[in-house]
Design a protein around this ligand. Structure first.
Ligand code: ADP
Ligand code: ZN
Ligand code: ZN
Length: 801
């Protein structure tokens, strides 16, 4: 008997294991691990992933597999193993891990067809399948099934003669283009040439020479023929016309100038040599490419990729979603042309699926994409690059709660290839590993251009208030903006909205109210007008006066981009301003449009949030202004200083990247904070030392690992009680070395109508951790299904809210 182990599509703890089913005779040899099937489950029918095929099962009364969804595996052995690794390390359900690896188009129930990959391959169709494709290039899967042709169809797909395609219904509809192909063997076509009229002869020779189908548009453009000779050839049965689906290429209306690699600087050369050697040797290593903004990291990535491709291997480049700008894509497209697939959230479901298929069919060798591109189903990886490796968007905040860096290293180990982590401001975790020699440190200490790093001025906004300036613009920033307008240069203004309104700050002296026990800013809770520490639970009433200077100007912070824009146009009526925030970039393509308007110098000032901090490279930008550098500093998050330093460094990096020197003005209420001071001096190493000392003193990563457990329920007491029980259970079952903090109300105390309480585990080594956490999930999973307490566990938290 043949048995398949199946992970069914029910994300719950009870069903989070393989269930055995017997494989009916007609599918024996067809069903393989990595394929999806439908199985009976109780009274229901469920989809599931086959994770194993074996000869026997310990279960007696097995039910049969009911239906086969895929023609060939959609997950290979490596990805199946990766799923197991993710379930162990992030405590997710196996089904969640596997589904995260597939494009959304394949998760839903779409109609499926088999498609001839190339008219030329019609002759290679298995005989029993041929009739299904008579006079067409596509056959509905239903018909293949009805004819019982699984085995033959699977073989044809494996040989690349057929392709299984899931029909994604989109408003735009699928795009097809008429193609002409030879309908007779080429030998015969050559013989016919002599007897044809001139124009028909031209067309037929063109197709013979091309060796594959040509679009009718191409034929007409190249040969300058009307459709008459083509029609004549079709009538004679020498040529067939087919509707061929074209990929929905989001960049199709753009032309990319091919780019040649420039000669590298010495530092680039040295870094590349190390990486390339590792690619050639096929050895797994993790490199940290630490290079200041504009030092040419991207150029190093591209030449390293080139090496991998020359070795016949593939590469993945991960880029944070917000840096995946048209400019970035263009750089890769112009260097690698059609070898690149691009995956980002701006694509429609169908477009993403198209890009994924290009990878699956091995039509591309390089993927540039955001976080989930790390799952690209390549089978011969030569390297994985993570640009801006410090970005927290590499961590997924829903199940599976994976970090792309961990997945990249897992995959690279498996493929025996290097990982390159690049950043101007590496995360503390990464730099610490490089310092210990776990990663290999490669440095690019200088900018490529003749201009050095921009000069940075820190403006003390408390002084501005004292001297009567109540505006959100300092006098210095306004002066510099005016100067840019006069000179016809451009400026970027950055407003960091993340973290607004949560902390309580004195406008008179910049004092921020912090927890006496945790050195974390207190969070303002409107309910009861209180300030709370969400780490240890300390709370106190909202202060009416500043505890430091007695001023009454104490309040929670809040300003939007719109308000800034209004004030800007009032102060500088002549300035042309482009505002970029969630409101102005909601429409598809709006982001790109605003940037190209700025690039075309249709505006003097680009004003925006996070989304303008990265990746932008405009030659005429000589001034960057940061309106409120502290907003993030006071988030209730132990990474607040690190994030502030990174952001200020990134934003400053936008200025003076080319011929003109750049200048940066940072406005802040806390000019003495080390993250601001050291960012202004471009001193990453000093920041690293300083921050590491604090992390050590307070027991945070990278010295300790953290796990965050949140309990949520509609009734606050129920959530609190569950969190208490969990904390008590963990204290009992974990070793003395692990510290369990809390429970306390979460900073976002109510979400989706549920009250939230959380506890935090700090540990260095904790052998009982996974078992204890699994026990917690077991205990509460059944509850959650019946409206009880919902428990989530994050084994590597980045969002402390
Ligand atoms: P980073 O990724 O470190 O910010 P980039 O790779 O974007 O740096 O390089 C900054 C600028 O310098 C880009 O405009 C890039 O085209 C250019 N550049 C990079 N390397 C070289 C080189 N070796 N010679 C000339 N220009 C280079
Ligand atoms: Zn506290
Ligand atoms: Zn004060």
């Amino acid at each position: 008997m043949k048995v398949a182990s199946v992970i069914v599509d029910v994300p719950s703890r009870q069903t989070d294991r393989p269930f055995d089913y017997w494989i009916p005779e007609r599918w024996q040899g067809v069903i393989q691990p990595g394929m999806r099937v439908t199985v009976p489950f109780g009274a229901r029918r469920l989809q599931g992933f086959v994770v194993d095929v074996k000869d026997h099962s310990d279960i007696k009364q097995l039910k049969p597999i009911e239906h086969v969804i895929d023609v060939v595996p959609v997950l290979n052995e490596e990805l199946l193993d990766l799923g197991r690794y993710l379930t162990e390390t992030t405590l997710c359900f196996a089904i969640s891990a596997y589904q995260a690896m597939l494009p959304a188009a394949m998760r839903a129930k779409y109609e499926k067809t088999l498609r001839l990959t190339d008219e030329e391959k019609r002759g290679r169709l298995p005989d029993e399948v041929k009739p299904l494709f008579a006079g067409r290039t596509e056959a509905p899967w239903k018909e293949v099934e009805a004819a019982g042709l699984w085995r033959a169809a699977q073989k044809a797909v494996q040989q690349g003669v057929l392709e299984a395609v899931y029909k994604v219904k989109e408003k735009a509809g699928k795009k097809t283009v008429k193609h002409a192909a030879l309908a007779i063997p080429s030998e015969q076509a050559k013989q016919e040439l002599g007897s044809l009229p001139a124009r028909q002869k031209e067309v037929l020779s063109f197709l013979l020479e091309k060796g594959k189908a040509a679009s009718v548009a191409e034929l007409q453009a190249v040969l300058g023929v009307s459709s008459a000779p083509l029609k004549a050839l079709v009538d004679k049965g020498f040529v067939v016309l087919n509707d061929v689906e074209v990929y929905r290429d989001p960049y199709e209306h753009r032309t990319f100038q091919p780019s040649e690699p420039p000669a590298l600087t010495q530092a680039q050369e040295a870094a590349l040599a190390k990486i390339a050697a590792s690619v050639r040797a096929g050895e797994h290593r993790t490199f940290l490419l630490y290079g200041v903004t504009g030092s040419g990291k991207t150029e190093v990535y591209m030449q390293a990729i080139d090496e991998a491709l020359r070795q016949g291997k593939e590469a993945i480049v991960l880029v944070p979603e917000i840096s995946l700008t048209p400019q970035m894509v263009e750089r890769f497209k112009s260097r690698f042309g059609s070898k690149v697939a691009v995956l980002h959230s701006g694509l429609s479901v169908g477009e993403k699926y198209d890009e994924w298929r290009k990878i699956h069919r091995k039509e591309v060798q390089l993927v540039v994409g955001a976080r989930s591109a790390v799952f690209a189903p390549f089978e011969n990886l030569g390297m994985i690059i993570i640009d801006e490796e410090h970005e927290t968007s590499y961590k997924q905040e829903e199940m599976p709660r994976y970090h792309a860096r961990d997945v990249a290293i897992y995959r690279a180990r498996r493929h025996s290839c290097p990982v390159v982590l690049g950043s101007a401001t590496p995360s503390l975790e990464t730099f610490a590993r490089a310092a210990k020699g776990v990663y290999e440190l490669l440095e690019l200490p200088e900018r490529v251009s003749r201009q050095g790093l921009p000069s940075v001025h820190v403006v003390d906004m408390r002084e501005e208030l004292r001297s009567g300036n109540r505006s959100m613009f300092s006098r210095r920033l306004l002066d510099e903006l005016r100067r840019r307008l006069e000179r016809g240069e451009q400026a970027v203004l950055f407003l960091n909205r993340r973290g607004y309104s949560t902390f309580v700050m004195c406008r008179g002296c910049g004092y921020v109210i912090r927890c006496p026990h945790c050195d974390i800013s207190l969070t303002y809770h409107r309910a009861g007008e209180r300030m709370k520490c969400h780490y240890c639970g300390h709370e106190e009433p909202l202060a009416p006066r500043c505890p430091s200077c007695g001023s009454e100007h104490i309040r929670f912070f809040g300003t939007g981009t719109q308000k800034v824009e209004e004030e800007l146009t009032r102060l500088l009526p002549k300035a042309r301003v482009i505002r970029m925030d969630v409101d102005t970039t909601g429409r598809k393509g709006a982001h790109e449009e605003l940037l190209s308007r700025f690039a075309a110098k249709e505006a003097d000032i680009l004003l925006g949030t996070q989304m303008i901090a990265k990746g932008l490279d405009f030659p005429d930008v000589t001034l960057v202004g940061v309106l409120a550098a502290d907003t993030m500093l006071h988030l209730p998050d132990f990474r607040a200083a690190e994030k502030t330093f990174q952001l200020l460094t990134q934003v400053s990096g936008r200025a003076g990247r080319h011929e003109l020197p750049g200048e940066v003005i940072i406005q802040t209420y806390t000019p003495d904070h080390y993250s601001i001071e050291l960012a202004a001096r471009h001193d990453y190493r000093a920041f690293y030392q300083r921050e590491m000392a604090l992390r050590k003193a307070h027991g945070y990563p990278p010295y300790y690992y953290l796990t965050l457990i949140t309990a949520a329920h509609e009734e606050a007491p129920a959530a609190a009680k569950a969190a208490e029980k969990i904390a008590a259970y963990l204290r009992k079952h974990l070793s003395h070395e692990a510290v369990v903090l809390g429970p306390v109300a979460s900073p976002i105390a109510r979400l989706h109508d549920r009250y939230r309480y959380q506890c935090m585990i700090k540990y260095k080594r904790e052998p009982n951790l996974t078992a204890a956490l699994k026990a917690v999930i077991d205990r509460y999973q059944a509850d959650a299904a019946h409206g009880g307490v919902m428990v989530t566990i994050d084994t590597n938290p980045y969002m402390m809210m």
